[in-house]
Design a protein around this ligand. Structure first.
Ligand code: F3S
Ligand code: F3S
Length: 105
């Protein structure tokens, strides 16, 4: 799977959403999250993010390695909705992201 890391927080450019062929990039309050089971590893989202927030799971920079688990755990109680556009924004964030001070201000 691919992972969205800290540069997305409080920015949410959303260019990635338009590129994803399987609509597996979901919106939280302060960040977007890639569904680990729905992502087909096409990689189309990665180059369009203007702040380089997106990485293949094995390539997440060391300082953001916890974002792999954060993206996975965001979906713990959601299961696999099968499409982000159908469920719309989700009114929460993973605790790792919720605890961050304001970013990208
Ligand atoms: Fe975030 Fe970059 Fe997408 S800032 S919303 S991961 S284009
Ligand atoms: Fe979609 Fe990016 Fe995965 S475009 S399929 S989230 S690699």
């Amino acid at each position: 799977t691919y992972v969205i890391a800290q540069p997305c927080v409080d920015l949410k450019d959303k260019a990635c959403i338009d590129e994803c062929p399987v609509d597996c990039i979901y919106e939280g309050n302060r960040s977007l999250y890639i569904h680990p089971d729905e992502c087909v590893d096409c990689g189309a989202c990665e180059p369009v993010c203007p702040v380089e927030a997106i990485y293949y799971e094995d390539d997440v920079p060391e300082q953001w390695k916890d974002y792999h688990a954060a993206n996975v755990e965001f979906f713990s109680d959601l299961g696999s909705p099968g499409g982000a556009s159908a469920i719309g924004p989700i009114d929460r964030d993973h605790p790792l992201i919720a605890a961050l001070p304001p970013q990208n201000q």
